[in-house]
Structures are given as C-alpha cells and as structure tokens.
Design a protein around this ligand. Structure first.
Ligand SMILES: N[C@@H](CCC(=O)N[C@@H](CS)C(=O)NCC(=O)O)C(=O)O
Length: 311
C-alpha cells in the first residue's frame, strides 16, 4: 500500500495564523511535517509552489498547495473529519468567525504588538511588511495608538468572556472547535509578545482558563524538513485535485478558464493559472513552474479576488 502523503506546513514559529493550523493538528492528532520559512521575503523555495502568494502559512500535500488558513483548515477537516471542528452544528458561524478574528481583531492585535515592541522591530521587517501591506508600517503611529488599541482589544476579549460566561468550556459548548481556534490566535499572539499580557487578561477569568485548555491541546507530532526537500516532493508528485464545476458560479466561471487570484486585503500578489475546481468556498488553479513542475494551488473565495486573465 502506498504511504499516506505527508502533510507539510510552510510556516514560522512566531506566526499567529500558523498557530491556528498547528492547534488544528493538535485537535485532530494529525502527524505533520514542518518546513520553517523565513519571517520575511525572499522565500525562494516556496514561491515556485505558490506562484507568488506570499502570506504565511501555506500547506502542501504532494503537488497540491493550499494558500490561506481558510482552505488549509477546510482540507484538514475533509481529510480527517474526526473529531470535527464544528461541534454543536457550528459550521457556518465558525467559518464566518474568521472574518472577525483574522481581520478586525487581528489588525487590532498586530498594532498593539508592534506598537509595544516599537524600536525593537528590525528595519528589514518593517520594510518587508510595508511591501506586504502596500502602505507604511508606521511603528511610531502604532505606539501612539496603544491606548485606543487596548480599548479595542479589551472589547474583543470581552466578547469571548461573555460567550464563556455561562460556564461552558468552549465557545460553542462542551467541545472545542474552529470558533475557539480562530479567536485563540489573537490571545496567543499577545501572550507570546507582550510582557503586560497578564495584566491585560487579568479581568477575564473564563478567557484565561479557556486559553490554558487550548494551549494544552498542543500541536500533535511534528517533524522537520527543508524547503528544498519540500519543493522536490512537489516536483515528483502529481496534483490530486479532481475537476469540479460550480453550476451556481455567479460569473459563469468554469474549469479551464484562465484567471488571476489575489487576496483582497494585503499581500496582493496575483497568482495565475487555469481553473481546475470551483465551489462557493474554494477555487483551485493549475499552473506550471520550471522548478515545481505542475501544481494545483487552492484559495478560498471569501477575502479573495478572482479576475479573468487577459491571455
Ligand atoms: N488570511 C491569511 C492571513 C495570513 C497572514 O496574514 N499571515 C501573516 C503571518 S502570521 C503574514 O502572511 N505575514 C507576512 C508574511 O509572512 O509574509 C490566512 O488566514 O492565512
């Protein structure tokens, strides 16, 4: 019997979005392979796989490449359905919760973290994140905004506290799921970076107990691989994504159409290819790279732009 393909996560340890996926590995007890990438560009062995998508993390299974935690987690739930990430029939709300935790809550957390780290943030990191945002990464402005960021951070955490207030262990009930993982990312990030996190979370007893339960889930079993070896795996593999049409696609897109895809918020690098599979929540495109060979790259629909390619 052929060995099960490796589940490879391209990530860096300090990345909060990667922590979401690592906790999902823990919840589902998935054995995974870690490829540590640089915190800033360039990432010469990763770009051939993604076609230019530059955000972290990226999951690779053979020659199938998953960009953004939304499609990464979706694929993990598909491959390893038990235990589900959607206890208490929370699926729709759990996916939608990412639009709160990954955008408004995260932007607030990031500004708080970098405003507090202030002059400890290296210049190359600032330059890289300016490239990512297409706007200034103004650490001094973030430092001046700390009081407002603290107000907002407190409001976000207060929502979690309110939800846990009835004495339930997890956001949707008595089992952990994606709602917990999404919200936890921001608490984890503050805890990992700010010495005064203890003080900021002091008033939220339920959140602190919930956070400890999430931390205890851990990351399951991890082994390390180099970026070059991961690229080699893709080059030798054949993408496994079957063609899928979405008859309800609002723009009539079909497999075979040539498109460009990019995030609608930051890291707006266009990745081009031919559609292989389409659904309301997912789009996969086939592309060819001289080093990676033929790969299929997967993206979510919400939060991404799909543009017809000119050629
Ligand atoms: N919506 C994306 C956001 C990912 C994201 O913003 N990741 C941060 C790191 S935690 C990032 O990409 N930073 C820039 C980089 O690593 O190049 C997701 O869910 O994966």
């Amino acid at each position: 019997m052929p060995a099960a393909p490796l589940i490879i996560l391209h990530h860096f340890d300090q990345s909060p979005f990667s922590e979401k996926v690592r906790i999902v590995f823990g919840l589902k007890q998935v054995e995974w392979t870690s490829v540590l990438i640089s915190r800033i560009m360039p990432r010469p062995d990763l770009m051939p796989l993604t076609g230019g998508y530059r955000r972290t993390p990226v999951m690779q299974i053979g020659a199938d490449i998953y960009c953004d935690t939304q499609v990464i987690i979706r694929e993990l739930e598909r491959r390893v359905p038990e235990p589900t990430l959607f206890p208490d029939r929370s699926e729709g709300l759990a996916w939608a919760s990412a639009m709160w935790t990954d955008r408004s809550f995260f932007q607030n957390t990031v500004n708080l973290v970098f405003g507090s780290l202030a002059d400890k943030v290296p210049q190359e990191f600032i330059a890289d994140r300016e490239q990512l945002r297409g706007a200034r990464f103004d650490v001094a402005a973030m430092t001046s905004a700390i009081p407002q960021m603290r107000d907002q951070f407190r409001a976000h955490v207060h929502w979690i506290e309110t939800q846990l207030g009835s004495g339930r262990a997890w956001i949707t009930g008595d089992k952990p799921g994606l709602c917990d993982v999404n919200a936890y990312m921001n608490i984890w990030y503050v805890r990992a970076n700010l010495a005064d996190a203890l003080e900021m979370l002091a008033e939220f007893g339920h959140v602190r107990a919930w956070e400890a339960r999430l931390r205890a889930i851990g990351h399951s079993s991890r082994s390390e691989m180099s970026p070059a070896d991961a690229l080699e795996i893709a080059a030798r593999a054949v993408p496994q994504t079957a063609e899928l049409t979405d008859p309800g696609d609002p723009n009539g897109r079909r497999p075979g159409d040539r498109v460009e895809i990019m995030p609608d918020d930051y890291g707006k690098v266009k990745v081009s290819g031919k559609i292989v599979a389409l659904s309301p929540q997912h789009i996969a495109i086939r592309r060819h790279d001289p080093r990676a060979g033929e790969v299929v790259v997967h993206f979510p629909r919400a939060g991404f732009l799909v543009i017809p390619a000119l050629v």
